[in-house]
Design a protein. Structure first.
Length: 191
């Protein structure tokens, strides 16, 4: 079963955003620094989870040169990637040629050992990170589903991922569905 593991939002400042998330009743884990990736990251979850959501919310702040700094400079804060946990990464990869997704060259960094896959498609609003592992690992979940703006060709791409928690949206912005309702990514980052 393919599961939503996390929704990663690129933010300008973790410290500036965390108080407004706490006001929503959400808790944040420790801020971890990853100098090799050039990021500072924190997971966020509902302090009092009322249901069994699917994925975690991951806030990513650029902390140096690299792909996250470029993405922030080019597109600003917002949805960066969706992380999917799959039972068998090789089996998932073998189905990709017919899926319509492109494999990002970053996926080849492991050489012969397939560590994870980064997928993209021009016009699609986020990258997709796919890795082998149980979805239940890590901090508690917050996001029940993520709804992505309708773009041409979105439905077949979502179907190829095989993850029910990633759905098309009727609006023009990405929405996060949580136990307490829907919230646009834009509104969340502006709070």
């Amino acid at each position: 079963m393919i599961r939503l593991h996390h929704v990663a939002l690129l933010v300008e400042s973790l410290e500036a955003l965390l108080p407004s998330l706490a006001a929503r009743g959400w808790a944040a884990g420790p801020i971890n620094s990853y100098p090799k990736e050039g990021t500072r990251e924190a997971y966020v979850w509902a302090a009092d989870p009322a249901a069994e959501p699917s994925g975690r919310l991951l806030l990513v702040q650029s902390a140096g040169a690299g792909p996250y700094a470029r993405a922030l400079s080019e597109r600003g804060p917002g949805l960066h990637h969706l992380g999917l946990a799959v039972p068998d990464l090789s089996a998932f990869a073998s189905a990709l040629p017919a899926s319509g997704w492109y494999v990002h060259p970053f996926s080849l960094r492991g050489g012969a050992q397939l560590l994870d896959l980064w997928l993209f498609r021009p016009g699609f609003p986020a990258l997709i990170e796919v890795f082998a592992g149980p979805a239940a690992e890590g901090p508690p979940a917050l996001v029940r589903a993520v709804e992505l703006p309708l773009v041409a060709g979105l439905h077949p791409l979502l179907a190829a991922l095989g993850c029910e928690a990633i759905q098309p949206a009727a609006g023009r912005t990405a929405l996060l569905r949580t136990a307490t309702g829907a919230l646009s990514v834009d509104d969340l980052l502006e709070s």
